[in-house]
Design a protein around this ligand. Structure first.
Ligand SMILES: *Cc1c(COP(=O)(O)O)cnc(C)c1O
Length: 350
């Protein structure tokens, strides 16, 4: 702390990301990265773009990538907003669309960046408890609010909310923005983007970090009514007009155009998820139903923090959250078959 800080900085509680270890031998199953790597076409597009043009600013509107996203989802370009990772897109959403008199609603067990943004932008919030099975109950959101946000599938539980239930939440709060954070939707869910033309209060966010295996590139997006997108463009152009660099623009567009690589790798993640679930259940773990590229599991006789520490000694890193309600769970990303095997073997050793 220093006397030079703006006063509000003293009270900020920043988000703590999962460890990015410098040791490369570790089996890294802690931050939900995709083990299969980006589309070769995306890599080739970026290699071509790696030239003297880097002296020029990128397209401030990212028209190429917006066009690719719009084509992919069958929407108009003015329904698409892009940012430097969906974390940045979410920051602009909190800032520009979720600051109201009534509290923002989100699940008590959810993406831990949401309360951080509330702190940053001075937004009141009400954490709505998941039910006893760790599911979102749409009825719990039918109350006065200044906005609603939830991941679908939820993080870190991996549980999916059916599209009809999402629609129920939208219908109950027609005067609030409802943000569906679909970081993991491609691993078993159905996107709510199909609803944006019917619900002007719906905003769907997605990221290229998980299903398109481009976490290092930092590209995220939001799709919704042009009026919602315009608010985000105003914030963006008051903050940083060039969030996506030249490589991100061409690499992201090529990633959306390469459906074959995308479909094949998502399918592999799903298959291996089912294998990991079966193996963990055979070892006595309770595993929540997952539609994501990770699973959330607890063992009735082993302390989760202790298990995570022992796995780390064996070179396998998984994520443990200290939050009381989920302190006995481990969140484990789905890796390559070899990595998943290493996890199961390390657990066997314990
Ligand atoms: C990973 C994740 C994000 C952020 O992804 P970016 O890498 O910033 O695009 C957003 N929401 C949830 C729920 C996530 O798990």
């Amino acid at each position: 702390m220093s006397k030079f800080w703006s006063p509000f900085v003293k009270n900020l509680v920043p988000y703590v990301p999962g460890e990015q270890p410098k040791l490369t031998r570790l089996v890294k199953l802690n931050t939900n990265e995709n083990p299969y790597g980006p589309s070769p076409k995306a890599l080739a597009a970026m290699q071509t773009e790696l030239n003297d043009n880097l002296r020029l600013y990128p397209d401030p509107n990212s028209d190429l990538l917006k066009g690719a996203v719009a084509r992919y989802y069958g929407v108009q370009s003015n329904q698409v907003f892009l940012g430097n990772g969906s974390d940045e897109v979410l920051a602009h959403i909190f800032h520009g669309l979720l600051q109201h008199d009534q509290p923002l609603l989100f699940p008590d067990i959810s993406y831990s960046f949401y309360p951080v943004y509330c702190g940053l932008y001075g937004i009141q919030f009400d954490a709505v408890p998941l039910d006893a099975q760790f599911q979102i109950d749409p009825a719990d959101y039918a109350k006065p609010n200044g906005g609603i946000i939830f991941p679908n599938p939820n993080a870190p539980t991996g549980c999916l909310l059916a599209l009809e239930a999402v629609e129920q939440i939208l219908k109950a709060s027609p005067d609030s923005v409802v943000v569906v954070d679909e970081a993991y939707i491609d691993f078993g869910g159905e996107t709510a983007i199909s609803l944006v033309d019917r619900y002007p209060n719906l905003l769907v966010t997605q990221t290229l970090s998980k299903s398109r295996s481009l976490a290092g590139l930092r590209v995220g997006l939001a799709v919704g009514h042009p009026d919602l997108i315009e608010a985000l463009e105003r914030i963006k152009n008051s903050f940083n007009s060039y969030p996506l660099d030249r490589l991100a623009n061409v690499g992201g567009a090529a990633a959306f155009d390469d459906r074959e690589h995308f479909d094949r790798t998502c399918q592999l993640v799903i298959e291996h998820r089912e294998w990991v679930v079966a193996q963990l259940q055979a070892k006595g773990f309770d595993v929540l139903p997952s539609a994501a590229n990770f699973i959330f599991a607890r063992h009735p006789r082993h302390d989760a923090a202790g298990l995570a520490a022992k796995l780390r000694e064996q070179g396998v890193i998984v994520r443990h959250f200290k939050q009381e309600r989920i302190a006995q769970f481990l969140r484990i990303s789905i890796g390559t078959p070899e990595q998943n095997q290493a996890l199961i073997e390390a657990l066997g050793e314990l």
